[in-house]
Design a protein around this ligand. Structure first.
Ligand code: SAM
Length: 293
């Protein structure tokens, strides 16, 4: 019999031994399906030349699979109660470092430089994310100056659908644009609720994200680009024109400037934000904020 943490009998024993009770507010749904864990590690294609960052190791079910394949694993766990469990389960894996910290507050550059002995090795993020903070965690990693080559992350299927969605679909929004700008994103596989204890109410998906060598589109001013994208999706049922005038202002000079920009980019102001491609958002931003501004 295998004695992995995710083995349902071992999971039960550990829960009992430490008197652990799940906190829904921390998104605690632990994986108890060894095949799913193997598949996650297969998608991540780890080897001894890869360092891994994990968010939320829980009792260490995924962490031990990562530890067996990667060079080093750095895991951020917010729940102090899990520290003693992890001290036991990660005991056999000296290449695992658990940091008891909210990953959203962590200075990723600092911690990785302190923990990873070979900081020149490529870094991959592999995690079964806490669903209540999936989007902030994704943005935290995308915005970090740390070089992250790949992410293999489990999330609510609905959020994975939003991230991979293209223009003209209901799921397409500012999250799709923000992630796709930096990374290529595809759903690797779907995970049934039965793979977890306790079972979540929603289906899950493993998303595989690979960093692009250069962003998907050329943008002179990224901050303005993301602000314009957010403004375009502000009220999804409104036209692009209404959303953009609410954001930029409704005075005549501003309206004229916007009209000229939309015409120059061949974008009909009556379209909705959700129909614009990344290229069209980039064209509009670059027209409004030229390179030398
Ligand atoms: C979905 S569970 C995954 C647990 C484990 N990796 C597994 O697959 O069985 C999410 C984990 O993230 C932790 N967590 C929640 N919010 C966090 C945060 N902001 N920073 C770090 N860990 C967090 C939870 O305590 C929990 O252990």
């Amino acid at each position: 019999m295998t004695r992995e943490v995710a083995n349902p009998t071992r999971t039960k024993e550990l829960l009992k031994k430490y008197g652990f009770s799940f906190k829904k507010s921390l998104g605690q749904n632990f994986l108890t399906d060894l095949n799913i864990l193997r598949n996650i590690v297969d998608v991540a294609q780890l080897n001894e030349q890869t360092n891994v960052i994990e968010v939320g190791p829980g009792m260490g079910s995924l962490t031990e699979f990562l530890a067996r394949s990667a060079n080093q694993v750095l895991a951020f766990e917010i729940d102090q109660r899990l520290m003693e469990v992890l001290a036991e389960t990660m005991g056999p894996y000296p290449n695992v470092t658990v940091v008891n910290e909210d990953v959203l507050k962590a200075d990723l550059e600092k911690v990785t430089s302190e923990v990873f002995e070979n900081p020149e090795l490529p870094i991959k993020v592999v995690a079964n994310l806490p669903y209540y903070v999936t989007t902030p965690i994704m943005m935290h990693f995308l915005e970090a100056s740390l070089e992250i080559d790949e992410m293999v992350v489990m999330m609510q299927k609905e959020v994975a659908d939003r991230i991979t969605a293209g223009p003209g679909t209901k799921a397409y929004g500012s999250l799709s644009v923000a992630v796709q700008y930096f990374m290529e994103a595809e759903t690797a596989f779907i995970v049934p609720k039965t793979a977890f204890v306790p079972q979540p109410n929603v289906d899950s998906a493993i998303l595989h994200l690979t960093k692009r060598e250069t962003p998907a589109v050329e943008v002179y001013n990224e901050d303005k680009f993301f602000a314009l994208v957010r403004a375009s999706f502000q009220q999804r049922r409104k036209t692009l024109w209404n959303n953009l005038t609410s954001y930029f202002g409704k005075d005549e000079a501003t309206k004229e400037r916007l009209e000229a920009a939309l015409a120059a980019c061949a974008i009909d102001p009556k379209r909705r934000g959700e129909t614009l491609s990344l290229q069209e958002f980039a064209d509009l931003t670059n027209y409004l904020y030229p390179a030398n501004n």
